[in-house]
Write a new protein. Structure first.
Length: 101
């Protein structure tokens, strides 16, 4: 079965509306360009806490979804523990797919 949320993440990457990696994700959250922060469910507790706190402070939606491997595969990279979607409509669509899975 195909994962529609991961497909939408892949589309966001192709549309250059997504950043990945810890530093780039932190920058997108802090500068206001990020709308949705997705952290792999198998990321470390420190990573989850750091991004959760940052997202709460900067009022960015935060969700834990997928694995490092599945997130990385969706964006054509190796493992990725954190990605941030920088397009509001794509972020809403991805959230919708995750919640209705």
């Amino acid at each position: 079965m195909t994962d529609k949320a991961l497909n939408m993440i892949s589309i966001a990457m192709k549309a250059h509306a997504l950043v990945s990696g810890e530093f780039a994700c932190e920058q997108a959250i802090k500068d206001g360009s990020g709308y949705l922060c997705i952290i792999a469910s198998d990321a470390s507790n420190g990573t989850k806490k750091s991004f959760s706190n940052s997202c709460n402070f900067y009022e960015v939606k935060y969700i834990e979804y997928g694995t490092k491997e599945s997130l990385g595969h969706a964006i054509g990279k190796e493992y990725r523990a954190s990605i941030v979607v920088c397009d509001e409509n794509l972020s809403l669509s991805i959230l919708d797919k995750i919640q209705n899975a």
